[in-house]
Design a protein around this ligand. Structure first.
Ligand SMILES: Cc1cc2nc3c(=O)[nH]c(=O)nc-3n(C[C@H](O)[C@H](O)[C@H](O)COP(=O)(O)OP(=O)(O)OC[C@H]3O[C@@H](n4cnc5c(N)ncnc54)[C@H](O)[C@@H]3O)c2cc1C
Length: 390
């Protein structure tokens, strides 16, 4: 059996940062990163943006250059799915039946696109991996029209990129405006305007009833004839390995403390697959963002090296729709009211800040477009539990 000191399952930001955190803190011995992905670690954010628009190629989105892996003495095994975890035996089994032993393990298995639960839903394209993005890009080459099902960030970004390629694109979603259920109606108006600026149509209040080759049928009875259908209806954490091993989950995510320790000895989890205790918030916060996966991975690797580390930063992300970047910092687990400020000059799709407040008026989030001073202030206000400057 192959033995490792630190075994990391995954190849996203949580995985690579875990390796870095371990080495940066004098973690010694053999570090092995095992991933089901066919490609060496790469960045996902460009998949729905530059790469889909054809502005960057697969070779330009490496998460780290090969020299980084050599310098840090981190081995990467691609195309290798881990199928079982035995926490008592400190080992995992891969799809070809090989066992790999570990002293410490980091589960950084991320998430997969949730299936579209309608007849024909299994025939549509989804977007999570580089292979998905290349398949979508190829399909877009021969397409005149596309429907993107779902108005989350990945759906909006992909739709804007398809439109930028000259594909006539419609986003179909149940919300009256994109993201309005989660982020409120003011945010929804801005996202609707950003989609419009990017040349995308938004079909509101629409539930997809079925998909068949060349068409999408809505519950209103309307059928849209289309060349390309993409579903972006949310993600499902890849927590099956942990669940089968008896590790504690909550709502499908692996529960970890602020040092990323799971309920099993010497097993850590980080990134989209985890719900981590945030020391500043004082509660578990599930996140689905690049920077948070990166931060949590670093904490897991540091803790695996035996050095105290905890996750205490405010979560957040940036999303780029067309050529406009919206920045968000928030605990992300709810708010009581919002305060919308467009500074009196601009309309939907132009610069704005939306402050998210709890019932005591404490800032719990901020969404901004071209208001970097508000975005920067927001992180400290959220961290310190202070009111918004409104
Ligand atoms: C198209 C797209 C655009 C995005 N844009 C943004 C953005 O602009 N800003 C932002 O903040 N976030 C963005 N995100 C989200 C961000 O990419 C994720 O939050 C982040 O990648 C999560 O990192 P992770 O390390 O937890 O997992 P992932 O990056 O999902 O990596 C998990 C890895 O684990 C592997 N794996 C899973 N199960 C197994 C197994 N059993 N055996 C072996 N390997 C396994 C998978 O193959 C995968 O490579 C985007 C995501 C996508 C898909």
């Amino acid at each position: 059996m192959r033995e490792t000191d630190l075994l990391i399952i995954g190849s996203g930001p949580a995985a690579v940062s875990a390796a870095q955190g371990y080495r940066d803190n004098d973690g010694r011995g053999r570090v092995l990163l095992v991933t089901a992905d066919a490609h060496a670690p790469y960045m996902r954010p460009p998949l729905s943006k530059d790469l889909l628009q054809g502005e960057s190629g697969p070779g330009e989105i490496d998460l780290q250059p090969q020299e980084w892996f050599d310098d840090h003495d981190v081995e990467v095994l691609t195309d290798t799915e881990v199928t079982a975890l035995d926490p008592d035996g400190h080992r995992v089994t891969t799809a070809d039946g090989s066992d790999i032993g570990y002293r410490h393990l980091v589960l950084a298995t991320g998430a997969s696109p949730s299936p579209l639960p309608v007849p024909g839903g299994d025939t549509v394209l989804t977007l999570r991996s580089l292979a998905d993005a290349l398949a979508l890009r190829d399909a877009a080459d021969g397409a005149a029209s596309a429907v993107v099902i779902g108005a989350g960030f990945i759906g909006c970004e992909a739709a804007a990129s398809l439109a930028a390629r000259g594909v006539s694109t419609t986003v179909v979603a149940p919300e009256p405006a994109p993201q309005s259920t989660r982020l409120g109606s003011d945010a929804g108006s801005h996202f609707a305007a950003l989609l419009e600026q990017a040349g995308v149509r938004y079909s509101a209040g629409a539930q997809v009833e079925s998909v068949s080759e060349g068409s999408v049928r809505l519950d209103s009875g309307v059928t849209i004839d289309v060349d390309l259908v993409v579903a972006a209806v949310g993600i499902t954490p890849n927590s099956g390995l942990a669940a089968d091993a008896g590790i504690t989950l909550d709502d499908g995510r692996i529960v970890v403390d602020s040092s990323m320790r799971t309920s099993a000895p010497d097993v850590f989890a980080a990134g989209d697959v985890a719900t981590a205790f945030n020391d500043t918030a004082g509660r578990h916060i599930p996140t689905e963002h690049w920077q948070d996966a990166d931060d949590q991975g670093a904490v897991a690797g540091t803790a695996a090296a035996g050095v105290r580390a905890q996750w205490d930063s405010v979560p957040g992300f940036w999303t780029t729709i067309g050529d406009r970047t919206v920045k968000y910092a928030a605990w992300g687990d709810g708010y009581d009211r919002t305060h919308h400020s467009d500074h009196g000059t601009d309309g939907p799709g132009e610069s704005f800040t939306i402050w998210y407040l709890d019932s005591d008026g404490v800032t719990v989030g901020a969404l901004t477009l071209d208001r970097d001073e508000d975005y920067e202030a927001a992180t400290s206000l959220i961290e310190e539990g202070k009111p918004a400057p409104i």
